[in-house]
Design a protein. Structure first.
Ligand code: 7PJ
Length: 285
C-alpha cells in the first residue's frame, strides 16, 4: 500500500483520492448580520452550497456549531434546526456531504437524511457518537486531534513532541473506531490545526506533516483563514485568502489528500497547477 490510501469510503460515494480533494466549508450558524432569522440563514447556507458546487467543490462540509477558540456549543435541538434543512438540500447536489458535528443525535439524523461523512472535531468521543457512526454500514468519518473543549483548548498547549502526540492520538482513535466495527477505509485523520495548539505547533505540524502519512489513513487538513495565518500576515480572517491557499498547497505537497477550505474556487485553481506538475514527476524510487 502506498503512503496515502487511495479511496475514502463514505455513505454514497467511494471518494477517489488519487487526486487531492477540496472540502468546502458551509456555515449553518446564525449570521449575526441577518435579521431574517432561521429561514433566511438556511436559505443563505443552501445558496452557499450551490455556489461551492459551481466552483468545483469535491465535498461539502456543513457545520452548525462554531468550534472557534472560546466558543460555546448550541444544544442539540438548535444544532439540528440549523443543520438539517441545509443537509437535505446538499444531498441533492451530486457531491459527498459531510457534517461537522460532535452530537450523536445530530449524526444519526443527518446520516438518515443521506449525509455521507461525519466530521467530528471531538473524534467520536462524546457518549454514543462511536455507536451512531458504527450503526451505519458505510458512512465516512474524520477524526481530528484536539485537547479539551473549544472554550478551554488554548490553555492546553504543552507538548514534548506535537507531531508524535497528534499521531499517537489519531492512531488510538482509529483503533477504537475499528474495534467498534468502522472499517479502516471509512476513516480520515486530521491533525487539527489551531485546536489546542500554538502557531509554532501548527507550523511544525505542517513542516513535518509527512510523518503523519505513517498512519496509513487519508490526511484531511484545515488551514483556511486560521489564526496562525493571521499571526504570520497581520491580516484579519477575511483577508487571508493568499495565505490560506499557500498553506493548503503546502499541505497537499506534504501528502494531505483532502483540504478543508472556505475559498473553494481559488483552492481548486491552485490544485490544478499542483496536479499538472505532480503527474510529471518521476515515480518515487
Ligand atoms: C476544522 C474542522 C479542522 C476538521 C473546524 C475553523 C474552525 N474540522 N472544523 N478540521 N476546523 N476536520 O474552520 O476555523 O481543522 S471549525
Amino acid at each position: 500500500m502506498s503512503a496515502s490510501a487511495t479511496v475514502w469510503q463514505t455513505a454514497r460515494f467511494r471518494i477517489d483520492l488519487s487526486r487531492p480533494r477540496v472540502m468546502g466549508i458551509v456555515n449553518a450558524t446564525p449570521d449575526s448580520f441577518s435579521d431574517g432569522g432561521r429561514y433566511r440563514d438556511a436559505d443563505a447556507a443552501r445558496a452557499h452550497c450551490d455556489a461551492l458546487v459551481e466552483q468545483g467543490v469535491d465535498i461539502l462540509d456543513i457545520g452548525g456549531e462554531s468550534t472557534r477558540p472560546g466558543s460555546v456549543a448550541p444544544d442539540v435541538d438548535e444544532e439540528l434546526a440549523r443543520v438539517l434543512p441545509v443537509v437535505r438540500h446538499a444531498v441533492t447536489l451530486g457531491v459527498p456531504v459531510s457534517v461537522d458535528t460532535s452530537s450523536p443525535e445530530v449524526m444519526r439524523a443527518v446520516l438518515a437524511a443521506g449525509a455521507d461523512i461525519v466530521n467530528d472535531v471531538r473524534s467520536l468521543l462524546r457518549p454514543g457518537a462511536l455507536e451512531a457512526v458504527a450503526a451505519h454500514p458505510t458512512a465516512g468519518v474524520c477524526v481530528m486531534h484536539m485537547r479539551g473543549e473549544p472554550a478551554t483548548m488554548q490553555s492546553l498547549t504543552d507538548y514534548d513532541d506535537v507531531v508524535a502526540e497528534v499521531a499517537g492520538f489519531l492512531r488510538e482513535r482509529a483503533a477504537a473506531l475499528e474495534a467498534a466495527g468502522i472499517a479502516r477505509e471509512r476513516i480520515a485523520a486530521d491533525p487539527g490545526v489551531g485546536f489546542a495548539k500554538t502557531a509554532a505547533h501548527n507550523l511544525e505540524l505542517l513542516a513535518r506533516q509527512r510523518e503523519l502519512l505513517d498512519l496509513q489513513m487519508p490526511l484531511l487538513v484545515g488551514w483556511s483563514r486560521k489564526g496562525t495565518l493571521g499571526q504570520l500576515t497581520g491580516r484579519p480572517a477575511g483577508e487571508r485568502l493568499a495565505a490560506s491557499v499557500a498553506a493548503a498547497l503546502m499541505a497537499v505537497e506534504r501528502g494531505a489528500r483532502i483540504v478543508r477550505v472556505h475559498d473553494v474556487g481559488a483552492t481548486v485553481d491552485a490544485l490544478k497547477v499542483w496536479s499538472a506538475v505532480a503527474c510529471c514527476r518521476r515515480p518515487a524510487a
